[in-house]
Write a protein that binds this ligand. Structure first.
Ligand SMILES: Nc1nc2c(c(=O)[nH]1)N[C@H]1C(S)=C(S)[C@@H](COP(=O)(O)O)O[C@H]1N2
Ligand SMILES: [Mo]
Length: 262
């Protein structure tokens, strides 16, 4: 015959039972959670690799997520966001030189440089630097940021890209989704979403600190696109083209973010 338990003992038993149940629940939750995490990782790990092309290879689901975050940020930081500017006195006198891909001096002569603009119909406009200098000049003093972790307040001047498009009657190309820019030798190249290219602070720059841009900084014409990291600020522009697909991009091919916005 079962021993009669006191109410205190009964209470104790009930509590013990409760603790056992709690332990069971938390252990199960832990194993289910760990299982899910492992499963998720395995799923990602076994997912097909995207074909490395415009962007470097990663697992397809990860790339889909990255592309979604890009769209999200593009909507939030669209053209009404303007990068902070500074008084000219704040601009660095000694401007940092970063990298020089596509900047070889072997087959390049700034004196006979011409910009090539490939129109939608395949026709190529050839534009000299004097023609660009004759158009309205816009200046900007802002904090230039490189993904490698440095930044510097710099003073640039040139033709706003949006003014350039209007002046050369490039409305049809402005309706396209992307702009591609490349050095004359094609060794360095960037792809830009049209919104950022047409941003009011984006310049085809030909002056730095009130002087023509030095060769190392991209003479005679470079891109200054304050809404992007340094990697997109192509030095020594040779060709500009337009497309509805992402143009090739040097650093995106190495795994950097294609959008690279700030
Ligand atoms: N042609 C060309 N443009 C380029 C680069 C390059 O290597 N080649 N590097 C980019 C990077 S990573 C940065 S930070 C800036 C540096 O510009 P700066 O040398 O004038 O400081 O240029 C960008 N444009
Ligand atoms: Mo950079």
């Amino acid at each position: 015959m079962a021993k009669k338990l006191s109410s205190a003992q009964l209470q104790e038993l009930a509590i013990e039972k409760k603790i056992k149940r709690r332990n069971f629940i938390s252990f199960s939750a832990f194993f289910i959670g760990a299982g899910a995490a492992f499963g998720g990782w395995k799923w990602l790990y076994n997912s097909p690799q995207e074909t490395a092309g415009i962007t470097a290879g990663t697992r397809q689901p990860l790339r889909r997520a990255l592309n979604k975050t890009e769209l999200f940020f593009r909507r939030i930081f669209s053209n009404d966001h303007v990068v902070k500017t500074y008084p000219k006195e704040r601009a660095a006198k000694v401007v940092r030189v970063n990298s020089d891909i596509g900047m070889s001096t072997d087959n390049f002569n700034a004196a006979n440089w011409q910009l090539s603009v490939v129109k939608k119909n395949g026709h190529v406009l050839k534009i000299g630097i004097e023609e660009i200098r004759a158009l309205p000049k816009t200046e900007i003093v802002y904090d230039f940021k490189c993904v490698e972790g440095w930044d510097q307040i710099q003073h640039w001047a040139g033709l706003r890209f949006v003014d350039f498009m209007a002046h050369y009657g490039l409305q049809e190309q402005a309706e396209m989704e992307y702009v591609g820019m490349e050095t004359p030798d094609g060794a360095y190249y960037v792809g830009l979403d049209m919104e950022s290219a047409l941003h009011p602070q984006t310049l085809l720059a030909y002056e730095m600190n009130d002087q023509p841009i030095a060769e190392v900084h991209g003479a005679p014409l470079r891109l200054i696109i304050p809404v992007k990291y340094g990697i997109k600020n192509l030095k020594r522009i040779g060709t500009i083209n337009f497309s509805n697909q992402r143009p090739r991009d040097y650093w995106a091919e190495q795994g950097y973010d294609y959008y690279s916005g700030l």
